[in-house]
Design a binder for this molecule. Structure first.
Ligand code: KG4
Ligand code: ZN
Length: 354
């Protein structure tokens, strides 16, 4: 058992978590002994859908409107009063500056008024630790495939804050590739679920898309070439008068299979390189059923274990921020009143606590 786990099983800490880094306003109450007490999320998807992507200024304005009522609603649902809350965790980065500032300001003000500590959480550490909210939860050490809208990373995790970046994307993140594919096929926003749903009706035999970077050594990834291949395939179909819904579905299927295969090959390589057999997959793209299926097959063949967050905690949520913040607050970390948000923030810069 790690230091953080042994501490958290002894001490109780009730933490309010706030996530506002992009287009979801999310709040949760997490107790280190009782677990998750309540969580709520307000998605701005409809607000941004008409623009085909997130408009940062609109995101900030909406967070400001939604955050306080969402906090009150979550406290009511958990039957928790302000005097019961012992710490506040908020996303301090990476993310959209204005959106981050809304969460940070509310969190800091509440912490000041309630005279409790507050902590700025790294959004990707939140994603990385989200599977810890499940039962069974992964034991350290493990390999983490962290795939979201802005990041595609393969990380060796030896404890909380003990992160070694093994592979990164050289260009587009996996989620970004899904979003761009959806855009070029005119499927709307957010792209991941749209591509994935249409892929269900696609014929896996019709197209074979390249598996980027698998013939090169190392664990880095690149998805921009796949995006170009997708674009060329679609333009070719248009030129041949074959721009049908079925063609779109076939392209989605081929694209999804190529991403899933690439990620599985890289994960296998990382596990072999590090001599580990435990894989944690998190971030928005970890909700994808084809990717989960490929990674489950990989881990079954290796007689290893695969861990994921429940589907609603793959994408942005308040629970992962409350959990990560609670671990750091338990370890004695918190910041003074002059806070800063960090739109760009390497995961490896975090301090180890376990
Ligand atoms: O982790 P997340 O909510 O936000 C970031 O931190 O970026 O991830 C959002 C990303 C988007 O690119 C979205 O298209 C993708 O996750 N995503 C999916 C699926 N659900 C969300 N990608 C593929 N399949 C899905 N089912
Ligand atoms: Zn995220």
């Amino acid at each position: 058992m790690s230091t953080a786990e042994s501490t958290s099983s002894r001490q109780s800490l009730l933490v309010l978590g706030i996530e506002s880094s992009c287009d979801e306003t999310a709040v949760a109450l997490y107790d280190t002994q009782k677990g998750l007490l309540a969580h709520n999320l307000y998605s701005q998807v409809e607000l941004h859908a008409q623009y085909g992507g997130v408009v940062p200024e609109l995101a900030s304005r909406d967070h400001i409107q939604k955050l306080t009522p969402l906090i009150l609603q979550t406290m009511q649902e958990a039957n928790i009063e302000s005097k019961d809350i012992q710490g506040i965790a908020y996303t301090a980065g990476p993310g959209l500056m204005g959106a981050l500032l809304t969460g940070a300001s509310v969190a800091r003000s509440l912490a000041y008024a309630w005279r409790i500590p507050a902590i700025g959480v790294h959004h990707m550490e939140g994603h990385l630790l989200a599977p810890m909210l499940e039962d069974p939860k992964p034991q350290f050490p493990f390999i983490c495939l962290l795939v979201s809208g802005g990041h595609s990373m393969i990380i060796r995790v030896d404890g909380i804050g003990r992160y070694k970046l093994l592979g990164d994307t050289l260009d587009d993140a996996a989620g970004e590739a899904f979003d761009k594919t959806a855009k070029l096929l005119d499927l709307g926003y957010p792209g991941g679920p749209k591509v994935s749903n249409l892929a269900l009706q696609g014929d896996a035999e019709r197209y074979h898309f390249p598996r980027p970077m698998i013939d090169r050594p190392g664990l880095d990834m690149s998805f921009s070439g796949l995006k170009t291949y997708t674009l060329n395939t679609w333009q070719d179909a248009i030129a041949k008068n074959d721009a049908t819904e079925q063609t779109k579905a076939d392209i989605c299927r081929a694209f999804e299979l190529a991403v899933a295969d690439t990620l599985a090959i890289k994960c296998k390589r990382a596990l072999e390189q590090e001599g580990l057999n435990r894989l944690v997959v998190s971030g928005g793209v970890s909700a994808n059923r084809e990717i989960r299926a490929k990674l489950n097959t990989l881990m079954q063949k290796r007689r290893g274990e695969a861990f994921y967050p429940r589907l609603e905690f793959c994408t942005d949520n308040g629970a992962m921020i409350a959990y990560a913040g609670a671990q750091r607050l338990l370890a004695g970390e918190h910041q003074d009143l002059s806070f800063a948000t960090t739109p760009r923030w390497p995961l490896e810069a975090l301090t180890p606590i376990a």
